[in-house]
Design a protein around this ligand. Structure first.
Ligand code: GLN
Length: 470
């Protein structure tokens, strides 16, 4: 675009057309047609004026999960509660995308307030997997991943509390990144579990996801938990990586019961490719990771029950009509979906006097052990290789009535959030076709120590070149 081979206007028109073609997959909740066109014209003017080199993402169409604020438009969070809400400001990540010349074309579907693993909890209906529309795309950032997987946009923003970027990336065959806690400002990301939440990037390629992360990362006075560590260039020269001497951890705990054999085989093939290229494969132990689901679904719901208290009909979004205050609260909050109500009740319970120590207190103690396991492992290895999910994409409806089955899908992703470390999912071929299911994308995961995003991208880029074509 900066070389003048195409224009921002053209790129945005193509993306908007594609968004209409894929309407049946329900990736988007809203499109910003007119604003995106105006912004594209402005980017084209700047390129013509010789300003292009200041715009690393000049005219790049981007899709944004609808729990990240984009000024002047909706941020529904997939919820009836925020359906009428209009964002008064840009999230810091959005402001940084704009400064880089990127153009937000629309807001994408998600599980209500990012709580779910399939987008079936969206108040506006599920998204569908482009590889098999009868299956879920994963969640909660399902819409953002579908927008990338269908070629509508090269990059998108999602959010991660327990795997919500990596899991749908694995289900749809894209790259998905969960940065170190604090790497990206949470200002303008609607809070779910504040000690876990991070904005992450989805990309067609490792390089695209890395470039987008370079743009949005870095400290921000609006978020006291954003980290001061310098970001550096996360995407240049990734091709030059030589895996010789890199130490890759292989944790037995991640390859046990319940793992689809095709996904196990994919991880083994990736491991063997690294070993053939000179990487050292080291068995590591993460003994507390099997408790990850129990800990995550204690800590995350406790924080969620607290964060969701603000949706009381007074300050944001929906207000039910009532002549009396307490019934206005009740009627407004009745608009939360079933999964939200479950989490608010259970989250309040685990924080309540008399149960706090046994549940929330125990959860945070085991969380510290999970983190300590990783710290010990990263004394010996540079990165850890695991599956992203135990199974490929499941049929819409299969787990909708069984919360525990849905939660178990997050078994390999939640530990990185609990530990605060960075992780990436990248595609590695497909499952073989079976009578009951077509060939479906497989995701493999790399986890690294705090702020080792660059190293993860280097290894991921090597694997991306080696991966069987999807
Ligand atoms: N599936 C997990 C949950 O429902 C993770 C969601 C997320 O990362 N936002 O809590």
């Amino acid at each position: 675009m900066r070389a003048g081979e195409t224009s921002a206007a053209n790129a945005i028109e193509t993306a908007l057309e594609r968004a209409t073609e894929i309407e049946d997959l329900h990736a988007f909740l809203s499109l910003r047609e007119e604003r995106a066109r105006r912004e594209a014209a402005e980017v084209d003017r700047r390129i013509a004026a010789g300003d292009g080199s200041a715009l690393p993402l000049a005219g790049v169409p981007v899709a944004v999960k609808d729990n990240i604020a984009v000024a002047g438009g909706p941020t529904t969070c997939g919820s009836r509660l925020l359906e009428p809400y209009v964002s008064p400001f840009d999230a810091t990540a959005i402001a940084r995308l704009r400064e880089a010349g990127a153009i937000v074309i629309g807001k994408t579907n998600l599980d209500e307030f990012a709580m779910g693993s399939s987008t079936e909890n969206s108040a506006f209906g599920p998204s569908r997997n482009p590889h098999d529309p009868t299956r879920v795309p994963g969640g909660s950032s399902g819409g953002s991943v579908v927008a990338v997987a269908t070629g509508c946009v090269p990059v998108a923003l999602g959010s991660e509390t327990g795997g919500s970027v990596r899991q749908p990336a694995a289900f749809c065959g894209t790259v998905g990144v969960k940065p170190t806690y604090g790497r990206v400002s949470r200002y303008g990301l609607v809070a779910f579990g504040s000690s876990l939440d991070q904005i992450g990037t989805v990309g067609t390629t490792v390089e695209d996801a890395a470039l987008a992360l370079s743009v949005i990362a870095g400290s921000d006075p609006h978020d006291a938990t954003s980290a001061p560590e310098p970001v550096g260039d996360l995407s240049a020269g990734l091709d030059d990586t030589d895996p010789a001497g890199i130490r890759i951890g292989w944790p037995a705990e991640y390859f046990g019961e319940g793992l689809d054999p095709a996904i196990l085989a994919a991880c083994e093939a990736a491991r063997d490719r690294l070993a053939e290229a000179g990487a050292e494969i080291v068995e590591v132990s993460l003994p507390h990771s099997p408790y990850g689901i129990a800990v995550y679904y204690t800590v995350a719901i406790a924080e969620a029950s607290s964060n969701l208290a603000r949706y009381d009909g007074v300050r944001y979004g929906l207000r039910a009509q009532s002549s009396e205050l307490s019934s206005m609260y009740l009627k407004t909050r009745a608009a939360f979906g079933a999964e939200l109500k479950r989490r608010i009740m259970l989250g309040t319970y685990v924080l309540s006097a008399g149960y706090y120590d046994a549940f929330y207190g125990k959860g945070t103690a085991v969380r510290a052990r999970i983190r300590a396991d990783f710290e010990a492992a990263f004394e010996r290895v540079d990165a850890i290789l695991t599956p992203t999910t135990p199974t490929p994409a499941f049929p819409i409806g299969e787990k909708a009535e069984d919360p525990l089955a849905m939660y178990l899908n997050d078994i390999y992703t939640v530990s990185a959030n609990l530990a605060g470390i960075p992780a990436i999912s990248l595609p590695w071929g497909r499952t073989p076709a079976r009578p009951d299911r077509p060939a479906l994308p497989i995701g493999i995961q790399l986890m690294g120590p705090d702020f080792a995003e660059r190293r993860l991208f280097e290894i991921a880029r090597f694997l991306e070149r080696e991966a069987p074509s999807a």
